[in-house]
Design a protein around this ligand. Structure first.
Ligand SMILES: *[C@@H]1O[C@H](CO)[C@@H](O)[C@H](O)[C@H]1NC(C)=O
Ligand SMILES: *[C@@H]1O[C@H](CO)[C@@H](O)[C@H](O)[C@H]1NC(C)=O
Ligand SMILES: *[C@@H]1O[C@H](CO)[C@@H](O)[C@H](O)[C@H]1NC(C)=O
Length: 149
């Protein structure tokens, strides 16, 4: 009984939503839908997503320092980025420098309304993967990729 109570309180102490400030930047590597997942920290996703464009959400993909090790379960997680009244959803497919999200130029422009500059400070929240256009553990094959550019 006591253990149950303890466990229950411990669960309540864990915040369900972790919203954190990140620096958001972009990199040419992510712009290229043909970039292989083998160059990312999430190469275990190759069987279902061999290249960046394989992700249903491409070009809304990128790296994040929330991916702290190779092939972590954080690979493929969905994140909401909020900046200046704009919200976008990003599928995390790589790591990044501490405190950074590293996006396609397209996603960066959508988030910032085309702001010039190397980075902005935004709020990132991990959200349910349904926001990124796929169900948990179910990834889209490259054949389903729709050309966006
Ligand atoms: C990540 O997964 C890929 C594919 O399964 C594998 O080739 C690679 O060695 C893994 N990396 C690490 C560090 O385990
Ligand atoms: C963004 O990604 C590129 C390509 O992987 C990498 O060289 C660069 O260091 C990354 N930038 C940040 C801020 O993580
Ligand atoms: C964003 O970058 C600035 C300037 O390099 C730095 O001072 C700040 O700590 C960074 N923010 C985060 C959340 O890492």
């Amino acid at each position: 009984m006591k253990l149950t109570t303890l466990l229950t309180s411990a669960l309540y102490l864990v915040p369900v939503v972790l919203a954190q400030q990140y620096n958001i930047t972009y990199n040419a590597f992510y712009n290229d839908g043909d970039s292989s997942l083998s160059f990312t920290a999430c190469s275990r996703l190759i069987p279902t997503d061999p290249v960046l464009a394989s992700f249903h959400d491409f070009p809304y993909i990128g790296g994040t320092s929330a991916i702290t090790s190779e092939n972590t379960t954080a690979c493929g997680t969905c994140w909401q980025l909020d900046y200046n009244g704009n919200s976008i959803y990003i599928t995390a497919v790589d790591t990044a420098e501490a405190g950074f999200f590293n996006l396609t130029h397209y996603a960066f422009e959508k988030l910032t309304d085309g702001q010039t500059g190397d980075y902005v400070s935004a709020i990132a929240t991990e959200v349910d993967s349904s926001h990124c256009g796929f169900c948990p553990g179910v990834y889209h094959s490259s054949s389903e990729y729709e050309q966006v550019f």
